[in-house]
Write a protein that binds this ligand. Structure first.
Ligand SMILES: [Zn+2]
Ligand SMILES: [Zn+2]
Length: 45
């Protein structure tokens, strides 16, 4: 299932992914597909 809306990091309208750590909906550019986390959480880990 694809969710589309506004990315919570860059604010652009796009297909969104859910970060498994913080639950934030973010676009492909702001998401690490390998780890299923947003770029914010990925920086921390
Ligand atoms: Zn984004
Ligand atoms: Zn996150």
């Amino acid at each position: 299932m694809e969710i589309s809306g506004l990315c919570n990091i860059c604010g652009k309208p796009s297909v969104l992914f859910t970060c498994i750590l913080c639950g934030t909906l973010v676009c492909r550019n702001c998401f690490d597909i390998k780890h299923n986390v947003c770029i914010k959480c990925h920086v921390k880990s």
